[in-house]
Design a protein around this ligand. Structure first.
Ligand code: COA
Length: 245
């Protein structure tokens, strides 16, 4: 492993390791805009709320920095295919043709994460513990009957976190497959919040699931389309983003 001064390991793509880089909104700097291609800049310019634009910018810059390190080229020279499988617009899962690197982006609150692995498809989800969540309403649309029963037995003070544990595990899975919310989350069954993460029913053969530490006040999960377990490393994106300056 080789760590440069900024703390980013340029040689760190290892089949036995999945990495998740976490950035904060405060990591944004204007230089990141120069990394985006024309399609990404247009998307960035269309966000009405500055925080949404910053979340997109940070995710796109981190994807480019990782792919640039993998390919040995400047982040701005990386080809990122964002075509949506549904409508063809550039808001789908980012794919990196020819890079041999799979990535997944997620943002919530002031946290932006990018997961990567040099082979297996990854799915990342992070959610801020937001007490405005309509837990009961959402549970009815995304949880299987046994999951709803298990959540109902949870102490009221733990229900939001319990629900978000289910939610992040499931969303990570459908982001790894690329199905996104088109998938019926009620037929995707995962273990309960008090149990180690595992897939109980999915229709996909080789899916593995990990809970993430993310950051205080947030819950996160990583899914991989691969049966063999990996070591998951969570790292601050500071060095990765500084490597783009
Ligand atoms: C993918 C999806 C689950 C993300 O949900 P979310 O909680 O709002 O957002 P997150 O922050 O966790 O993830 C957003 C990222 O998911 C990625 N993404 C988009 N579609 C994806 C898909 N089908 N599979 C995996 N990742 C996807 C993008 O990188 C996006 O980041 P960006 O907006 O910075 O480009 C949801 O947007 C989805 O299901 N989209 C596909 C279906 C859809 O909406 N179709 C309608 C448009 S035609």
């Amino acid at each position: 492993m080789r760590l440069d001064d900024a703390g980013f390991d340029h040689a760190g793509f290892d089949d036995a390791v999945a990495r998740v880089y976490w950035a904060r909104l405060e990591d944004r700097h204007d230089g990141l805009l120069a990394l985006l291609d024309a399609v990404e800049r247009e998307r960035h310019a269309r966000y009405r709320r500055p925080a949404d634009a910053d979340r997109f910018l940070l995710g796109a810059a981190m994807v480019r920095a990782l792919a640039g390190a993998r390919l040995g080229c400047p982040p701005a020279a990386v080809t990122v295919d964002r075509r949506c499988d549904d409508c063809g617009k550039p808001h789908g899962k980012p794919r990196l043709p020819g890079a041999g690197l799979e990535v997944s982006v997620s943002h919530s609150g002031d946290l932006v994460g990018v997961a990567c692995h040099p082979g297996a498809a990854v799915g990342l989800d992070v959610e801020q513990l937001d007490h405005r969540f309509d837990v009961d309403g959402l549970a009815a649309t995304v949880l299987a009957p046994q999951e709803i029963a298990s959540l109902a037995a949870t102490a009221p003070a733990d229900r939001l976190a319990g629900f978000l544990r289910y939610w992040t595990r499931k969303e990570a899975l459908v982001k790894a497959t690329g199905d996104g919310l088109r998938a019926d989350l009620r037929s995707l069954v995962v273990t309960g919040p008090a149990e180690p993460p595992a897939v109980l029913a999915s229709g996909h053969g080789e899916l593995t699931l990990y809970d993430l530490t993310a950051a205080p006040g947030h819950l996160g999960a990583l899914a991989m389309l691969r049966a063999a377990p990996v070591r998951v490393e969570e790292l601050p994106a500071t060095g990765l983003l500084r490597s783009t300056r």
